[in-house]
Every structure is written in structure tokens, then in C-alpha cells.
Write a new protein. Sequence first.
Length: 303
Amino acid sequence: MDYRELLESIVADVRALTAQGAVADYIPALANVPRERCGIAVATVGGAVFSAGDADVPFSIQSISKLFALALALQREGDDLWRRVGREPSGTPFNSLVLLERERGIPRNPFVNAGALVIADVLCRRYLQPERAVLEFVHRLLGSTHVAIDAAVARSERLHSDRNAAIAHFMKSFGNLDGDVAQLLDAYCAQCAIAMSCRDLARAALFLAADGVQSPGIAVLDAPAARRVNAVMLTCGAYDASGDYAWRIGLPTKTGVGGGIVAIAPGRLAICAWSPALDAAGNSIAAAAAVERFAAATGLSIF
Ligand code: DON
């Protein structure tokens, strides 16, 4: 199947939507990314890659990094990880604190910031340079070291990380964080500042479409673990918009405030779309529309 023409027509279709919404500015370094950027790439389990628009332009992957951090933490900890973080949708924004007091510092899932901070804490205990460990994990997935952390974005977020600091300290007060909060925030902000293109992200996420196998002989996760990551993506990957995404797209997805969305069609392919302007839930308007159109045109919804 050659998706090139379909992807070209999708980018042409959704470009008008790049005028809607707002580019994230609570991380100042993200505010200047041109809102008209729009790209899409598809990587198939057969090894083909198709793309259109700005698919080769690196952008800040932000919360999409939570996917790689989770896979790496699962590799290291296995199911013990689920004692410290749940796997239920939160129904709250990605940076909310409200459930943490009621639920004694155990975050609802690994994709809200609280859950991702717990995962980062696990990686801080396992690695001297946890953000390098996430980056090198991505390098292994791609078979290439061209992807890097954008130090300016990492610094910019770190200087404005009061909300995440509050979440981390609050969880620590319940005994659900082991390490030093300042070091944790350094690692988390650097991990979120990894810059990748749609093409890189579609390729890097392929193991989730292939029962945990990235390429012949390279198993990232065992099949049950990979399926479970997809399940958490479907139910929690777009925060309080996850139900709407299941309804509109019908595929496991993970979004980031850089404007990227990764979606998985199990057994078939991984997709990444990117456009910087976001809706009120912090997810890209044009990128979601692009993935929605792709799923509709190909009939790849899992439902
Ligand atoms: O922690 C933060 O706020 C950012 N580094 C990541 C948030 C994010 O990408 C939410 N996704 N849509």
C-alpha cells in the first residue's frame, strides 16, 4: 500500500486548521514555532515510510517522550511499575493536581504529568543521566544517533516548572517519589525537550504496532506489555480528550504540547502528525484532524 498521495491530500486538507488554536507559550521557547507548520509520516511494519508536508522538520516532542520513558521503565521494572502509577483515565488536564490528594500521591496513569514524573523518578534511580537513557533508547529504536535534546527548550521549561515541582513535592510527601525533586525536574524537562520529526517519531513508535518488536531481532517489550502500552495510550494518551480521540480516530494515540500526535494501528503501522497550534486540552488541532482523516480513509480504526 502506497500512502504518499493520501498523506499529501490530508496535509492540503488540514492546513487551514493551522490558523485555529494557540501555540503553547507556558514553555516560552515553544512560543515562536511557526503555527503554519504541518507534517505527517507513516511507518509500516513492512519497513516502508511515507510522508508529506513538514514531516522532516524536528519539533519538541514534549509529552510524546512519556511513551519512550514508559517503555524504558517497563523494560527495567516490569509490572512492579504499576504499584506506583495507575492505568485509568484521569478526566483532568495533563498538569492537574486535584486527584493526587484524594488518591494518596498515586497518579492515575503514566501520561499525565504526575505519572510521567513517577516514571522519571524510576529512571533517575536506574541511570546517572536518565534523560540520556531516554535519548539513547530513541537512538536504538531508530538505529541512528541524529536525534538530540534541544537544550534551550529544556532550560526554558525548567525555569518555568513550578507546577511540575508542586506535583513532584506533593507526591514525595505521600512517599511516591524517591529522589531529589530538582534533579528529577532537570531530567524530566530534558526528556520532554527531545526534538524529532514526524518521520523519526513514526519510525521510533513502530514497536508498538508490532507486538513490541522494533525490527527483526530487536524486541523492545514483550507482546503483552506492548499491547498494554497501547491500551493506556487509547484510554489516557490525550488526557481528558482521550474519549473524544477514541471516538474520532479509534487508535491508541499520544499527544504533546509541541503539537505532535503519534498513533498506532496495531499490526499495521505507526503514524505521526504535527502542527503546533493546540486546542484547550493542549492537543494539536490540525494534527488530530490529520490522523482522524487518515484513520477514516484507511479504515484502520481498531473498533
Ligand atoms: O510537563 C509539561 O508540562 C510538558 N513538558 C509536557 C506536557 C505535554 O506535552 C502535554 N501534552 N499535550
